[in-house]
Design a protein around this ligand. Sequence first.
Ligand SMILES: C[S@@+](CC[C@H](N)C(=O)[O-])C[C@H]1O[C@@H](n2cnc3c(N)ncnc32)[C@H](O)[C@@H]1O
Ligand code: SF4
Length: 385
Amino acid sequence: MTGAEKRAFGVYVHWPFCLSKCPYCDFNSHVRHAAIDEDRFARAFAREIETTAARLPGRDVSSIFLGGGTPSLMAPRTVGLVLDAIGKHWRVASDVEVTLEANPTSVEATRFAGYRAAGVNRVSLGVQALDDRSLRELGRLHSAREALDAVAVARRSFDRYSFDLIYARPAQTPEMWAGELRLAIAEAAEHLSLYQLTIEEGTPFFGLHAAGKLKTPDEGLARALYDVTQEVCAHHSLPAYEISNHARPGAECRHNLVYWRGDEYAGIGPGAHGRLDIGGIRHATATEKRPEAWLMRVEASGHGVTTDELLNSEERADEFLLMGLRLAEGIEPDRYAALAGRPLDPKRIALLSEEGAIAVDADGRLRVTQAGFPVLDAVVADLAA
Ligand SMILES: C[S@@+](CC[C@H](N)C(=O)[O-])C[C@H]1O[C@@H](n2cnc3c(N)ncnc32)[C@H](O)[C@@H]1O
Ligand code: SF4
């Protein structure tokens, strides 16, 4: 992309509720046993959108992502109200990508037509595994059959859909995973997200893992599972365009590219993060995480922002490096230099290139190699030092 080209602008909207809490998940999601007042939330989303748009006038929205939590618990009418508010306060590109994250149950699939009518044009389903035993262990409320049925409804309802699987699960071998992945690819159209199970602090899995009751793959096995993922997907024309995301060329999730390319995005809803460029300064924003507390803040002051941090050039450049090197396309070193006020250290680039962890392409882009991706954190730390 050249400097003169218009950069992307995304809007992230967080729906913070789930039917139950999965034992591995540390996302901002809450279970409520009473009915949720969706109209009240819709009004608050619209209010926060209006306030945020006043800080960011003149943007063209290129992508919208309704994430969670479980946004597929929202009534299509609520989704429509949120999208209308975005369209009222910003200009929305005619080819805008509008993704909604959905849990793959039969009940949720019945809402897909309503979401499409409301303006959603892409769904991302949390399938997680294609065998029932693993799904039970992951605490999921759906079976593999039900998930595949929901994928079939997504295929009929939307031109674009993706689904997520979690691998490196307890007792998973590379052979088992390769078989499951082939099955998944047969059901996928253009995009798959494949996440290694992460044991997050504060989750039930963290306690079980610490007590030795949940065994995750050691480094060697995790590496073998990662390698199988790359081989099987590349063989089926779904190469990794990001460390955990695979797509046919041109079918990448445009919203997630906003994050990884260091573009601008607004975060709306409880616990949403944003990166806003105001007067040439990058702001890192975050909103109140607790849904009811967020509602009250928005109703009182028009927004739920509790953190609004100005990033200095070093922080801005480090974040650009950290996010950009997750992408197969890598980064433009000149953009790093412009942000940091200094270029990357040529000696470190030479050393990491010799080790085969990074490569500098003929067009000057710097990217992490297949061998470097499993040690990405170390590569980024080395380059940023
Ligand atoms: C925030 S969740 C929302 C999706 C939706 N609620 C669902 O569960 O189907 C997004 C994705 O993050 C992934 N994820 C969440 N926790 C994870 C963990 N501890 N390790 C690996 N992947 C995880 C799952 O694949 C999940 O689909
Ligand atoms: S994985 Fe999805 S359904 Fe499970 S708790 Fe997290 S956000 Fe909710």
